[in-house]
Design a protein around this ligand. Sequence first.
Ligand code: ADP
Ligand code: ZN
Ligand code: ZN
Length: 733
Amino acid sequence: MIAEVIVDILNSETDKVFDYIIPTNLKIEEGTRVLVPFGNRKIEGYVIKIKEHSSLSSDKLKEIIKPIDDFVAILPEMLKLKDYMIKRYNLRASDVLRLFIPSEMRTGKVKPVLKTYCRLNKEFDLNAFALSLKKNATKQMELVLFLRDNEISDISTLNKEFGTQTVKKFISLGILSTFQEEYERKPETLEHKCERFVHTVEQERAINSIKQDKYETYLLHGVTGSGKTEVYMSLIENVLYTGKSAIMLVPEISLTPQIMFNFKNRFGENVALLHSGLSAGERYDEWRRLRNGKAKVAVGARSAIFAPLENIGIIIIDEEHDSSYSSESNPRYKTIEVADFRAKYNSCPLILGSATPSISSYYNTQIGKYKLLELPTRVNGKDMPKIQIVDMLSEIRNGNNGIFSSALKDELYSCVEQNKQTMLFLNRRGYTSFMMCRNCGYVAKCSDCDVSLVYHKVEDKLKCHYCGKRFKALTKCPQCGSAEIKQGAIGTQRVVDELKDMFPDVKILRMDNDTTQNKNAHQKILEEFSITHPAILVGTQMIAKGHDFPDVTLVGIIDADQSLYQSDYRSTERAFALITQVSGRAGRKNLEGNVILQTYNPRHYVYKFAANYNYKAFYEKEINLRETTKFPPFATILRILVSSEKEELARETIRKIYNDLADLYNEEKESFYYFNAMKSPVGRIKNKIRYQILMRFTKSKENDIIEKIYRVTDNYKSAKVSIFVEIDPQSLS
Ligand code: ADP
Ligand code: ZN
Ligand code: ZN
């Protein structure tokens, strides 16, 4: 038989697929990783197909040397998924296959840890042995009796207790026999008390609405604190009863110890955790436990969607709106699309959960593509915390130029006085800076695209990330003439410093990229916060998600506008999600919560709707806007990014691609809303010059157009120039 093998070479533009002969004594299946001769080297590869004949004559073919693992690493489902991903995202097979196994497995650096165990030989006769023993050989007798009682012990324990020499001698005399078994490295989890709840009526209704054994996508829209996690766990429990397995995804940032304990406690050994905090050995062993069926629930961040599970009964994506579900570097893919493929393949439900669904997902419930399930109230029966919008411009007019509005100051003092806790939130994602007038709130926007312009310091220019237009940086506000127009944001450290002046005796904690570099730093800060009263936690996105502190009664959003003015058509949707998410940290148990939101633009519709937790009204406004401006879900945005160390080559390549695509554009002019080539907003990254073609076209033609684009771009790939096609990218910098 012949195996088609993809050999795993880095830095090759295209896949290398070769035929190899399968020696008759080797057990090789589709999906087996194999070692093959390649030139004068031996390298790893994947068998993607087994066939009777090769088109090459057999004297040209070499033989597979051996399988690498004693199991099939790539399941049949995953081979199909690979084909889907190649077609959808134009990826190399070897890049896709790499996603399916832990990276440490490929390099062969991590192997199962084997332990040696001893037991008494079957023919061992205790009486005869006792008679033959010298009188003072008590240790030897103890060893034998120990194994008679315990049957099996690992050799290192025996060595320690009874002496290495004795154990060695007994093995050589045939008194002891040895065998090896795999020892599993497990990520540490702490004790946590397992709560069981009587479901609320809403939870029960949601759980019962989901049909097992049938492919269908559900959107679980539940306010923060509505008990979505409990719904997920019950659904998984039901699936496990039927002998099937489950995948549960959360954004990396909300893979909090709390979530992990909850799952470990509910499902024990049945859970395997896949996240970036694991050591290489742990990740490998967790993956193996899923592959060999010892664990049936995979819990992890984005890449856990590739968990090597068979017979999947449910896939759940929590915080489905989170941008981390979109892989933005090679290999690029969309987690929800991959999940959809797997759900279809396994005929099982796919659950997308969120307090603030993405506009596109909610749109799908309106057109009947997804089923909508709702948890409109909090489990504790309390109202959502009250959000007070504070106009920072009027603060300035009243002589307050500080970080904190007087309303926030008042609330801070009262919270500290009552010995409660506060969370103060600053938005730092992406750290894109917009220009804003401190006098009237004017924000510079693109004249063509109605998105905020981004200030690029190096060139001192404002740029639109959607059409590439450049504008002069402003020195004076075009609306009111004030010179108080600037970019720039407040840092966490500055907030902490001011708080220390205000509250010298209160514990102030800070959580951001700088303070969480060390392993477990996250957890330590949160633990300290949870036991300190009063306390103030200042942080970025990291504090927005998943935390459940009962004594937080005040949440402050220092610079709400930061999320609003990112140059992205999704920035309002993100701002809404963030405000809801952050506000949801207050008043989670029995206390009332209070939220202060500081903005220079208090009349923006996103604040109006977010303050009332009116997702549906926000959605209506937003979806109308998208329809008139032709943005997703009514259009597909696509970027072809060409980069090279050689400027000339990058420019030449983008020009050729543009010319080739111009025909397509002219043929289908009515399908396109935008089509242009330009230098990328960030023109150079890691010494590579970047050019791009940006386009927006009607959703209904998506598959057709994308396929044609792939065919064109494939012609120009080479070792000296990289070309990536991105569908609906999260960032256009
Ligand atoms: P969400 O993910 O929707 O924000 P959580 O799942 O974190 O909400 O639940 C909020 C809180 O309510 C948690 O402390 C959780 O343990 C608790 N909880 C969930 N379901 C119930 C229930 N049926 N009865 C009592 N408490 C519950
Ligand atoms: Zn102004
Ligand atoms: Zn523009």
